[in-house]
Design a protein around this ligand. Structure first.
Ligand SMILES: [Zn+2]
Length: 269
């Protein structure tokens, strides 16, 4: 029995448990699962460099480009970890990015300082400023997705043309004023557009979504692009969409709070 626990490669290649009664095989497999879980927990506890999280960020970036949510090296992702943020580096193709390329920036230390072998995304400022001002946010996704960016070029807010606007915390997704990338002015515009929201459009630029986790921020990015696409097509029809009133949207927000999709975050008032 001990051999089947300690030498899983031998077990899988030589099927050392094949001759055991089924009850023993079940015990073996169950022990094996527990062992793997313990190894996973230990590796997480000892993962001081957040290697797994860095790999998750890269995987999300690759997914963004593969699914058309983003193009090229534009867009960026960050995650809050304790008293720092991890953020994608500048100008590095996502498929060439390694966990060590993800940049760490302190939330408490020298503003704008960073550690790592790469420079942080040129958009680090609005990421950092948002985390400093919004304790509810644990991850951020910024993309230049086609329809959200198209609406941002038209400087259009997305009204409550569909109940899914509630995913972003209120009756609209605002579009900020324009300011050049990486600037303090852009950061201020973003914070204003994000008030009480977990997503916004950046004027003549792109979109930004937030979540308590990276998974949640990515979910909102997909939802925002879908909503932007639907709103764009509705406007293209030449007819005015029916806009839901605040009462209807608040009803949806309350219902979503009690369990919807992967929403784990209380909407910000
Ligand atoms: Zn951008």
């Amino acid at each position: 029995m001990l051999q089947c626990f300690s030498d899983s490669s031998a077990r899988t290649t030589n099927s050392a448990t094949d001759n055991l009664p089924w009850q023993s095989r079940v015990v073996c497999e169950s022990f094996d699962k527990r062992l793997n879980l313990q190894k996973h927990i230990v590796s997480k506890m000892t993962d001081n460099n957040n290697t797994e999280l860095r790999a998750e960020i890269i995987a999300a970036c690759v997914e963004m480009n593969a699914t058309g949510l983003n193009q090229g090296t534009s867009g960026n992702i960050s995650v809050r970890v304790d008293d720092q943020i991890l953020i994608t580096p500048t100008s590095l193709p996502y498929h060439e990015t390694e966990p060590e390329d993800i940049v760490s920036m302190p939330l408490d230390g020298d503003y704008g300082s960073y550690s790592g072998r790469r420079k942080p995304s040129t958009e680090w400022r609005f990421h950092l400023d948002t985390y400093l001002q919004r304790s509810d946010i644990g991850a951020m996704v910024h993309t230049h997705s086609i329809y959200a960016t198209t609406l941002s070029m038209l400087r259009m807010d997305i009204p409550a043309c569909h109940y899914m606007v509630a995913v972003f915390g209120g009756s609209s997704v605002r579009c900020s004023d324009y300011a050049i990338f990486g600037s303090e002015a852009l950061s201020a515009n973003v914070l204003e557009a994000l008030q009480g929201r977990t997503g916004c459009l950046l004027g003549t630029h792109g979109m930004l979504t937030c979540g308590s986790t990276l998974k949640e921020a990515m979910w909102r990015a997909r939802e925002l692009e879908t909503l932007a696409h639907q709103y764009y097509l509705t406007v293209q029809s030449g007819r005015e969409p029916v806009i839901l009133d605040d009462e209807h949207i608040q009803e949806v927000v309350s219902k979503m709070k009690s369990g919807y999709g992967i929403w784990t975050q209380e909407p910000v008032e």
